[in-house]
Write a new protein. Sequence first.
Length: 281
Amino acid sequence: MAVQREEERKTCWVCFATEDDDTSTPWVRPCRCRGTTKWVHQFCLQRWIDEKQKGKSTTKVACPQCNTEYIIVFPKLGPVVYVMDIVDRIIYKVCPFVAGGIVVGSVYWTAVTYGAITVMQVLGHKEGLNVMEGVDPIFLLICLPIIPVVLILGKMCRWEDYVLRLWRKHVAKIPFLQNILSSVGARNLRVPAETVPLSDPISATRMLCGALIMPTIATIMGKIMLGSVHSNFQRTLLGGVAFTILKGALKIYYKQQQYLRQANRVIKDYPMEDNTTSSSV
């Protein structure tokens, strides 16, 4: 009988107190466990569940021994609190979509503004305003944000790499052209590995900034090199083409020199000291 009484004695598996220690604390049997882990203080279990939920009252919690999900019942809410709870849940679900829409809208109107500024920069302030005022607004709202997209896509087209590959492939067939990009002078002993610049986040931001600043550079280059051209559009267009070709040529030369340095690198023998050599012998 004493053994049976010992097994039936309630012991909280959270605080390890028995029913003899505190007779006023309510007990609960929340799962399928038997024996000493069957009983637990209501307050201890509530505190343990709070730690598991971490502030999210809707999170389901189960017994750590038998994995039985606890049956958690909340008191009924009043009509005002019930309506506020529904509104809070709706706001919680809708807010991510609203925030996403705001971000997309901000990016769109930024692209529209950038497109309008680019048109006035390329065509001239007055002529650009006249062109945009004479066009259907819906057409402008569609075409203006396409301008930065086209500039970024154009920047992603690395035509210099294709020209450089063709050069390396066919330069051996034309001997007098071989020395134009081969200032290192040594013969290539191997084909070095080349990195992919687009995989670098810094290169991606550099590409983005370069694409968006391209109209400004084209305008400046057009004014410096082609000041005699009266049309703002033609001057900016030719300035952009001239800048692209000049920059591409410099980039091809730079990449080829880096390629030759990597191809002609040599690994030297490790310098051995005399005392080390003699001691090893």
